[in-house]
Design a protein around this ligand. Structure first.
Ligand SMILES: Nc1ncnc2c1ncn2[C@@H]1O[C@H](COP(=O)(O)OP(=O)(O)OP(=O)(O)O)[C@@H](O)[C@H]1O
Ligand SMILES: [Mg+2]
Length: 406
């Protein structure tokens, strides 16, 4: 019994639900009922025969229902097309559903829209069932990212990439061993030095392939954790956008923070599985010590998006206050101290551009991040102003804070 499991990207799932909820809100124009449900579903042969590209089978279904305007059949036919929108200029880019569609397809799932003009809409996402157990979330409650003191063998053929990774990981406190190809990595492993994690590029020269290296390494060091990294989405460990079971992958390019978190996550999961205690208490990386919580003002008129951004920032341990308009933001900037301003451009009343100029006059040292769905704003962006395009992940936002702080 109970709800089945599915293995899909959590950030993309959150974005999909957010996009669908915003569509539902827009369709209801102030009054109505939004329902979000999850359930188990079986799509049978008959259903698959009626819907192109549907594999019959077991799915976890996520449904978002509203009691709004609904859609006519000819609108339904076009909604997954990028830039198809019936909303007023500046209200919608028409990318919401096309992104939801792309993500679900990429996850080998299926999207179905049921809609009655004048009554409402249900969007159902069917996500393939997995037999795997729930992946328990590992709480990392000390700052934005953690270092450690374990030993990591870095295998990477590109000298520049290798040097950068080694520098990042050494900064985080790890002991590093390195190899420029799988064969020499195997020699390092066979020398008997203790290694906690093998961090290896997937695509490398030579006859020994990295999945094979990982297998041999685990034969010699059964408790070894393995993390692959690759810039290609399709390769020998990823098949049709999915990872083989039990394999961890960090996609290139990645930020320092994403690397730190992923490494820590893989090492912590290994400790929990094998019962090996952390060798030395975890030390925050030296550069982490300088990072203090900062105060952020988020200006966004869309309540759902604002909540989402505020959550991302608060989750990283920072203080956040919110404003729904430029005018309100100016008042808050007059009375309080802030390190960063995160603002939308399309605001009711004072525009985001005007707000940015005024805020800069008031507080020349304020870090500014423009979070916008507009794509044509690169021109004239001043120093200390960084951009994130909507929708964005907490990684993207963190990267933007780094740029704005410089
Ligand atoms: N729940 C819904 N009820 C009625 N119409 C909808 C609903 N969801 C989507 N639509 C229609 O489909 C169109 C496309 O939706 P989509 O989410 O792709 O873009 P958008 O909402 O217009 O813009 P964006 O999501 O990029 O801000 C909408 O403009 C609207 O006409
Ligand atoms: Mg939308």
């Amino acid at each position: 019994g109970g709800l089945w499991n599915t293995s899909i990207d959590p950030t993309q799932t959150e974005n999909a639900v957010l996009n669908l909820a915003i569509n539902a809100r827009d369709a209801m124009d102030g009054a109505g009922k939004l329902t979000i449900e999850a359930g188990n579903a079986f799509l049978d042969d008959a259903y698959a025969a009626r819907h192109a590209e549907v594999e019959p089978g077991q799915y976890v279904m996520l449904a978002i229902t509203d009691t709004g305007t609904g859609m006519t059949p000819d609108v339904i036919e076009q909604v997954f097309e990028p830039f198809f929108s019936t909303k007023a200029e500046g209200k919608g880019t028409g990318l919401g559903l096309s992104m939801v569609y792309g993500f679900v397809k990429q996850s080998n799932g299926h999207v179905k829209i049921y809609s009655e003009p004048g009554h409402g809409t249900t969007v159902k996402l069917y996500l393939p069932k997995t037999a795997a157990a729930e992946d328990v979330e590992i709480r990392q409650d000390v700052g934005p990212s953690l270092g450690g003191s374990e030993t990591i063998l870095v295998v990477e053929d590109d000298d520049n990439v290798r040097d950068t990774v080694i520098e990042l990981l050494s900064d985080l406190g790890y002991s590093i061993l390195k190899a420029s190809d799988p064969q020499s990595a195997l020699s390092v492993i066979e020398s008997g030095v203790p290694i906690d994690l093998l961090f290896t590029d997937v695509v490398m020269p030579g006859t020994l392939k990295s999945p094979e290296l990982a297998r041999k390494a685990k034969e010699r060091l059964p408790n070894l954790a393995v993390l692959f990294t690759s810039g290609y989405t399709e390769n020998s460990i990823v098949h049709h956008g999915r990872l083989d079971a039990g394999v961890e992958l960090l996609s290139k390019p990645y930020t320092r923070d994403a690397l730190a978190r992923k490494i820590r996550q893989v090492l912590t999961a290994r400790q929990q599985q094998t019962g090996i205690p952390t060798p030395v208490p975890m030390v925050p990386a030296p550069s982490e010590l300088q990072e203090r919580p900062f105060k952020v003002l988020v200006v966004e008129d869309d309540v759902l998006i604002r909540m989402d951004i505020c959550d991302m920032i608060a989750d990283d341990g920072h203080q956040v206050e919110e404003a729904g308009s430029g005018e309100q933001a100016i008042e808050m900037l007059q009375s309080g101290h802030f390190d960063f301003l995160v603002t939308d451009l399309g605001l009711p009343g004072m525009s985001g551009e005007t707000l940015v100029v005024k805020a800069r006059e008031m507080h020349p040292r304020l870090g500014i991040i423009i979070a916008s769905g507009r794509h044509e704003l690169a021109e004239g962006v001043a120093t200390g102003i960084s951009l994130v395009s909507k929708p964005f992940s907490s990684e993207d936002l963190r990267a933007a804070f780094k740029v704005a702080a410089d």
